[in-house]
Design a binder for this molecule. Structure first.
Ligand SMILES: Nc1ncnc2c1ncn2[C@@H]1O[C@H](COP(=O)(O)OP(=O)(O)OP(=O)(O)O)[C@@H](O)[C@H]1O
Length: 349
């Protein structure tokens, strides 16, 4: 539904405080990051016609069409008690990351009442939408090349995040709705660093729960190892075409990681793969290799998961199988073969 951005900001509980909010919001300014060639101020943003893209863990996300014809995405964060200094520090850490596989944070806004983050808009939608929208209907399937590009790009983006800010940065919310396609059709990771600011105390919603590493469910503390787990679930999602948590027809909710384990243990490995992928010739070996990497990333014990920098080499190696390109200079790609995943058991008929 189209509506003025200001209109959406002040509806419901903000209605009463409309005048106060309008006055206060004009005092603070949008803070832009270097290299951002967008030129607008808060007034423009408030005047823009906005469409709600969705409500997520940390707030509501809008697509805002500015009067200068630029379209941006504005994330309006839920109420949080986080102090200005802490918020600004985290925004600086995130906003200064410039990498082709990480969505650039263009600007942010902080006031006591409002916290906004401004990103580029991706008009193809998220990987989640590409994989799951209109299944069973007439749709163009996400081909294997694109899925490989998503995996490689996302891995590179996460690895870059992990070495940023003195190696201390954690994404904290890896999932398909936070991955987009960049102009080279490689994965691009969005929405980083918010868990640090706003650890959600409420139980995670179902669509987030499937990506959560087991240790995060107890401690609520995301880490680089839990990002690796989330990436592993993303790989399994790309391979199976199934959501991280999905219904089987009855009331039962199935977790993708458990489902993949059980299928691989009890049936042919080939049964796990997305039927939409079966039309592409000669990709079986690559899919099995990718499955092995995914399974290694979702190891239950955090210390047993590979580091993201190694995962990058592994997923890049998968692409080389088909292209026949030599592996990178003396690459020491670790090989991982979880039990029951021998290539011989993967006959796709
Ligand atoms: N830059 C963007 N361009 C296009 N669509 C976006 C962009 N950022 C987010 N979206 C989409 O907007 C919707 C809402 O996003 P939001 O990040 O608020 O929630 P989420 O991804 O579902 O959950 P979470 O808050 O846990 O990340 C999602 O469908 C997401 O894919």
């Amino acid at each position: 539904m189209e509506m003025g951005f200001l209109q959406s900001l002040i509806r419901k509980k903000y209605l009463k405080r409309k005048r106060l909010l309008e006055a206060k919001i004009r005092v603070s300014r949008l803070v832009f990051f270097e290299g951002c060639n967008l030129a607008f101020d808060l007034e423009d943003l408030l005047r823009a016609s906005a469409e709600v893209l969705g409500k997520g863990t940390f707030g509501t996300t809008y697509k805002a069409a500015l009067e200068d014809a630029n379209t941006v995405v504005v994330k309006r964060l839920k109420e949080t008690t986080v102090a200005r200094r802490e918020f600004e520090q985290q925004m600086e850490a995130v906003g200064n990351i410039r990498h082709e596989n990480v969505t650039a944070l263009r600007a942010y806004y902080y006031s006591k009442e409002e916290k906004l983050m401004v990103y580029d808009y991706y008009d193809h939608g998220s990987v989640s939408a590409m994989l799951h929208t209109k299944r069973g209907e007439d749709r163009t399937p996400l081909d294997w090349e694109t899925r490989l590009g998503i995996a490689i790009g996302a891995a590179r983006g996460i690895a870059h995040i992990h070495k940023s800010n003195g190696g201390k940065l954690v994404h904290g919310n890896i999932k398909a709705s936070n991955i987009f396609l960049n102009s080279q059709r490689y994965g691009c990771v969005s929405d980083l660093g918010l868990t640090t600011l706003m650890s959600p105390m409420a139980p995670p919603v179902m669509r987030t729960a499937g990506y959560r590493a087991p240790e995060v469910t107890d401690t609520r503390k995301a880490s680089q190892a839990s990002d690796v787990y989330g990436f592993g679930v993303l790989l399994l999602e790309l391979l199976t075409g199934k959501s991280p948590t999905h219904a089987t027809g009855g009331d039962e909710v199935v977790h993708l990681v458990r489902w993949v384990h059980s299928v691989v243990r009890e049936e042919w490995t080939a049964e796990v793969f997305d039927v939409e992928l079966l039309r592409y010739p000669n990709i079986e070996e690559e899919m099995v290799e990718m499955l092995q990497i995914g399974m290694a990333c979702v190891a239950r014990i955090p210390d047993q998961r590979p580091k993201m920098v190694d995962v990058v080499r592994m997923v890049e190696g998968v692409k080389r199988i088909n292209t026949g390109r030599p592996s990178s200079e003396g690459s020491t790609t670790p090989t991982v073969t979880p039990p029951g995943l021998e290539i011989g058991s993967s006959s796709v008929s």
